[in-house]
Design a protein around this ligand. Structure first.
Ligand SMILES: *Cc1c(COP(=O)(O)O)cnc(C)c1O
Length: 365
């Protein structure tokens, strides 16, 4: 397992913890990759060695998510935020409306970008519940001329996650999975396009994964810049221009690590057990800790909670920091506390945090 002792208990929201095994493997291969006498970062992206890594990552992602035939995987740059713009630029035609499910901060950002490009409509919103829950499928009503309906699988800031996705209506579904991709099995065929920035659950920052139907990727309007067209990247196997080669390489290592864990079913079991440790500590605290999200929308990735007052929250963060627990401060827009427990965060670290929470309560309750 390496020097686990020297590693922090990392609960950062993103960029976030990577598996220690992946970091050690990257370290071992860093200077001389596959006997090439150079690092993967120093190689041509047109060469056979890089292209093999690129294609391995694509194939492994398809296998792990059981991506059906007729879909392709793109490796793009600019983060999930660039997808907020690329989606309407490519798909929101003037006669149509982009439908947005507004479940929190990230959904709102996606909507704001689309509104700069075309006509949008909020097709469901949980603003009335301060975004502390995900909408029920029946709350989502899309207009007939919807180009698509956009969902956010996991709201990273609020700590909410769809327990069950809305089943397919007669409109294409698009989903931002930046903070929970590969955390559990999903039925990709329910969606026309899924995207995720890598830096939470897939690898380091710098690469964004797009998984979409080929027919959708092939037909971008010629009126938008070449680099912003899905068709450009689709037709060139994401090698139209220089890809973020080191990030793609790291994603490939993370995918291999997931495969070695036993795939997504095993990863999901582990994620449920990890989240349960923390939600138990919250629920059994008799109100000392209060979970932010409604129970049926609780995220397995971002556990958000509060204490009685902000002084106590500050003291918690300070003492946690001294004990080696990093990244527990809630997002500045919502305050409180947040433990981000993506795939790479070990069960033992969640257990240690749950124990720290009980100890803090004993001393301050
Ligand atoms: C982090 C995050 C984003 C933004 O990702 P960038 O890669 O920084 O643009 C978008 N959506 C969700 C759900 C996120 O968690």
């Amino acid at each position: 397992m390496g020097n686990q002792q020297q590693r922090a208990y990392n609960f950062n929201a993103g960029p976030a913890a990577l598996p220690l095994e992946v970091l050690e493997r990257a370290q071992a291969e860093f200077v001389d990759f596959r006997n090439q006498g150079m690092s993967i970062m120093e190689m041509s992206h047109r060469g056979a060695v890089y292209e093999q890594v690129h294609n391995e990552a694509k194939l492994l992602l398809k296998q792990l998510l059981q991506v059906p035939d007729g879909y392709d995987v793109l490796f793009l740059q600019g983060g999930a935020s660039t997808q907020f713009a690329m989606i309407p630029m490519n798909l929101l035609t003037p006669d149509k409306v982009g439908g947005y499910v507004i479940s929190g901060a990230w959904a709102n950002k996606a909507l704001q970008e689309a509104a700069l490009i075309g006509e949008t409509k909020v097709v469901a919103s949980t603003e009335g519940d301060a975004y502390m829950r995900m909408p029920q499928p029946h709350e989502i009503v899309a207009p007939e001329n919807a180009a698509y309906v956009h969902l956010t699988s996991n709201e990273t800031i609020e700590g909410t996650q769809f327990a069950q996705y809305p089943t397919r209506q007669d409109v294409p579904l698009i989903m931002d999975m930046s903070s929970d991709i590969l955390s559990r099995p999903i039925d990709v065929s329910q969606f026309d396009l899924i995207y995720a920035g890598a830096q939470k659950n897939l690898g380091p920052s710098g690469v964004t994964v797009v998984i979409a139907k080929e027919e959708l990727l092939a037909n971008s309007p010629k009126t938008i810049p070449t680099i912003m067209r899905y068709s450009t990247h689709f037709k060139n196997n994401s090698l139209y221009n220089t890809p973020p080669s080191f990030s793609v390489y790291m994603v490939n290592l993370v995918l291999q690590w997931i495969q070695a864990q036993g795939g997504l079913a095993a990863v999901e079991r582990n994620n449920q057990a990890k989240a349960q440790l923390l939600y138990h500590a919250i629920d059994e605290s008799g109100g000392f800790f209060r979970g932010c999200a409604h129970k049926d929308s609780r995220s397995l990735m971002n556990v958000t909670f509060r204490l009685g007052n902000e002084e106590l929250e500050k003291a918690f963060i300070k003492q946690a920091d001294q004990a080696g627990f990093i990244g527990l401060k809630g997002h500045r827009s919502v305050g409180g506390l947040r433990a981000s427990i993506y795939n790479a965060v070990p069960y033992e670290n969640c257990d240690a945090l749950a124990q720290f929470m009980r100890q803090f309560q004993q001393q301050n309750g």
